[in-house]
Design a protein around this ligand. Structure first.
Ligand code: FES
Ligand SMILES: [Fe+2]
Length: 417
């Protein structure tokens, strides 16, 4: 049965959604809704495509975004650009693998392109043809404090906003002078929204993440309904850390009281428990990053929902990438960054990757079990608790914007089957 947005009546599905409840089944399952998202809403979102260190001078790398092959190329001046990997001659895929040089050469008829995307050579191209109009098509791209963020159709004002919120803190914490020490992927059988919701709530932390709960003192207030006394004690520990221990040089603001985190922000708080970093024993795993001069036991969170997240500890950082693949498949990639001056021989990768590897393995299992349940004929949307304020907020924003996309659809619905 090939369903469409019309046969599903997406508009009615959106209208029927109860405020504060999880989404109806089709949002987590329907290929038609996924295609609608991919043609609109998802195209406008920003994704972490790579860490800046992955694209050297005069080099290019190939990444995938929402089913599109993307070339990320850094020119001699150091600027990274992003292009669709599609030749402007007759449409061939240009590059199959990462490479170096000063031009991108199509293997079909050898048209070549400069790293700014402009057409460099095209043998026998007739005189009358406008070469300037035959440059590679760009995606929206910005390098923010060492993160290469891309969007198939993102607006420049959004990239400027990302820059103003994230860049200074990322630079202070040394993300722009880091390298990828380890990377693992966690292909997850679940809709990207199940992954996104899971990532922003900690209601499941004590139940499902014993390691994370043993490390992060904020689970005290994020993972269960805390008494007023417990909340006050936690707040006091945050205040104390901020006044006594926190590195005052960092431009990243203190995490707000009650952890009311905005959807796009850079924030800092204490790990707690006397831990210096997110290792199993709380002791450092690498040298200090960026401008930090001592271990203050803090974590800095850089986030723009729903796909841009990086956690910076004093000595390493964890970069998260989420790539929707289909209605029921999402790729999750975690990269561990250290200062680029740190050699592999100075690292114990199992200590470095311990917390977020074990946590992401657990989250993958949670999301996959969640996906199985929402596929049942018995599934119906359930209520978010106050500990799930972030997924609830995300879901209402998503519904609002999907509705706007429906309203903005031009012309009559596509005819057929
Ligand atoms: S398709 Fe690329 S040169 Fe012909
Ligand atoms: Fe989790």
């Amino acid at each position: 049965v090939s369903e469409t947005i019309e046969s599903l009546d997406l508009r009615a599905l959106i209208a029927q959604q109860r405020e504060g409840y999880s989404l109806a089944q089709p949002f987590y399952q329907s290929p038609a809704i996924f295609e609608f998202e991919r043609a609109g809403w998802l195209r406008r979102q920003w994704f972490i495509l790579a860490h800046g260190s992955e694209v050297g001078r005069s080099a290019y790398i190939i990444r995938e975004l929402l089913g599109e092959s993307i070339i990320l190329a850094r020119d001699d001046a150091g600027t990274v650009r992003g292009f669709f990997n599609v030749c402007r001659h007759r449409g061939s895929r240009i590059c199959d693998a990462d490479g170096r040089g000063n031009a991108l050469v199509c293997p079909y008829h050898a048209w070549s392109y400069r790293f700014d995307g402009s057409l460099r050579s095209a043998a026998a191209l007739p005189d009358g043809v406008d070469r300037a109009g035959l440059g590679l098509k760009s995606i929206s791209l910005t390098e923010v404090g060492g993160l290469i963020l891309g969007s198939l159709q993102g607006a420049p004002q959004d990239s400027a906003r990302l820059d103003s919120i994230l860049a200074a803190g990322l630079r202070y914490h040394g993300i722009d002078a880091a390298r990828v020490a380890a990377r693992r992927s966690y292909p997850t059988k679940g809709n990207w929204k199940l992954v996104a919701e899971n990532f922003v709530e900690c209601y499941h932390c004590m139940v499902a993440h014993p390691e994370y709960s043993s490390v992060m003192s904020h689970v005290e207030v994020l993972a269960r309904p805390a008494s007023e006394a417990a909340k006050a004690a936690f707040q006091q520990s945050v205040d104390q850390w901020w006044e006594k221990d926190a590195d005052q040089g960092s431009p990243v603001a203190r995490i707000p009281d009650n952890y009311r985190i905005s959807s796009c922000a850079a924030l800092r708080g204490p790990i707690g428990g006397g831990r210096l970093t997110q290792s199993e024993d709380g002791r450092p795993v690498a040298a200090l990053m960026g401008n930090q001069t001592r271990f203050d036991g803090g974590f800095a969170l850089f986030r723009c929902e729903p796909f841009v997240y990086l956690a910076a500890l004093n000595d390493h950082a964890v970069m998260f990438q989420f790539t929707p693949q289909s209605a029921e498949r999402t790729d999750v990639t975690v990269s561990w960054l250290v200062a680029d001056t740190v050699a592999d021989s100075d690292l114990d990768l199992s200590r470095l990757t311990w917390l977020w590897d074990v946590t992401t393995v657990e989250d993958k299992a949670l999301v996959e079990r969640n996906a199985k349940g929402v596929a049942s004929i018995a599934y119906e949307p359930g209520p978010y608790t106050e500990l799930e304020a972030l997924p609830a907020r995300f879901v209402s924003r998503y519904l609002e914007e999907m509705k706007a996309d429906l309203d903005g659809r031009k012309g009559p619905p596509a005819s057929g089957n």
